[in-house]
Design a binder for this molecule. Structure first.
Ligand SMILES: [Fe+2]
Ligand SMILES: [Fe+2]
Length: 395
């Protein structure tokens, strides 16, 4: 007598089956994110699992840049052409993305519905047209927040008539919470590393701005040289950031001496790569970053220090770093001389290819082009520091 009608049982079973599927995917997402060691890896998992959990047509993950734009960092699904414009301006606080970010809540809108109060009608109409052209019927925006900081935004687009399920939205919200914790953990590390460079800045002319610039340059040049592994790229960026941390051990008399050094003072100076290496030796998470710190004054022809290493015996990261370090020194004003142009610096690098620098790395530097180097410099100055990764390139 408690036997339920067949139809209802099936519906119940189907509902449970669907929930079970979502829960399994969510558990897998948590596992994968817990093991991720780079921002790009975490963001890509968010895109992948959002796509699979919600059966969306397209999932995109954005993070905010320092200039108030959201930049697409990871995506999954069809209709990727939809994202020909990979940045959204949220600086003015208008639009659905801005509303989802600041309102700390998920938004869900039908492309054929009325213009939501959060956005202006012109932008809404433009979006509807683009969405319709790709067959998207619904847009869901889920903020990624840690405490009261906006770390990013997950957008997904569905093409079915019915509203995206509440269970799917909830799953993505839970995943966004896990991602926020993981991203926050990575940023804490970077902030700790920046603090180390700040301690040095208090004593040295080589400013933190220099450390940030060479970190950004190193990452870009590594990409051009063919470093594809994001974790490896992260080690290189950290190594560049920390390269002179060993100067903390130098006395003021030597560190700030304007004139030429005595042989004894020079012996003190050339210890700084080793000092830095030992200072960071126990920080397991820095991986290959420590080799860059140790080898950042080695020269291709073997005339550098502290090891006098030659050619490919110098770790690749250090060979990349020395090129951008010299580039940044030349293109920055110094008390005793003005900065030179990007073109002049590039030709100086070419002149020293094969003696001071790895010729292949100098070639890669030249392929990037002066305009882009100027651009990177401006970005570094505007506070860009986060990894650019693969999402920075053409999709
Ligand atoms: Fe140095
Ligand atoms: Fe430097």
């Amino acid at each position: 007598m408690n036997k339920q009608p067949q139809g209802k049982t099936n519906a119940g079973y189907e509902g449970n089956g669907r929930r079970f599927r979502v829960e399994k995917l969510l558990a897998a997402a948590v596992r994968d994110m817990a093991q991720s060691r780079t921002e790009d890896a975490i963001l890509q998992f968010v895109a992948d699992y959002t796509y699979r959990i919600t059966l969306a047509s397209l999932a995109v993950v954005f993070t905010p840049d320092p200039d108030g734009w959201l930049r697409a960092r990871a995506r999954q699904g069809e209709g990727q052409l939809y994202l020909e414009e990979r940045r959204i301006n949220v600086a003015g606080g208008i639009g659905l993305a801005a509303a989802a970010l600041s309102g700390e809540r998920t938004l869900c809108h039908a492309a054929d519905g009325p213009c939501p109060p959060e956005t202006d009608p012109l932008r809404w109409r433009a979006w509807r047209e683009r969405a319709a052209a790709h067959g998207f019927r619904w847009l869901v925006l889920v903020p990624i927040r840690y405490k009261n900081r906006s770390l990013g935004l997950v957008n997904y687009y569905t093409s079915r008539r019915e509203q995206p399920s509440a269970a799917g939205r909830e799953a993505v919200e839970n995943m966004a919470l896990v991602a926020a914790g993981a991203l926050h953990g990575l940023r804490l590390r970077e902030e700790t590393l920046l603090t180390l460079t700040r301690a040095l800045e208090a004593r040295d002319d080589e400013t933190q701005a220099h450390a940030r610039r060479v970190a950004l340059y190193t990452q870009r040049l590594a990409e051009e040289v063919g470093v594809r592994d994001p974790e490896e790229a992260q080690f290189l960026r950290w190594g560049a950031l920390l390269h002179d941390v060993g100067k903390i051990g130098l006395s003021d008399a030597v560190l700030r001496k304007p004139g030429p050094l005595t042989p004894e003072e020079w012996r003190e100076v050339i210890r700084h790569p080793r000092t830095g290496y030992h200072l960071l030796a126990d920080l397991e998470f820095l991986g290959g970053a420590r080799e860059i710190v140790l080898a950042h004054h080695e020269r291709w022809d073997g005339s550098g220090y502290p090891g006098g290493l030659r050619g490919r015996a110098i770790p690749l990261g250090a060979r990349i770093f020395t090129v951008v370090d010299a580039f940044d020194a030349m293109t920055s004003d110094r008390p005793y001389r003005r900065a030179v142009s990007v073109a002049a610096a590039a030709s100086e690098l070419r002149r020293a290819a094969g003696t001071q620098f790895d010729p292949d790395v100098v070639d890669a530097f030249g392929r990037i082009g002066e305009g882009e180097w100027e651009n990177l410099r401006r970005q570094a100055e505007a506070g860009f520091f986060s990894p650019f990764g693969s999402a920075g390139g053409p999709g």
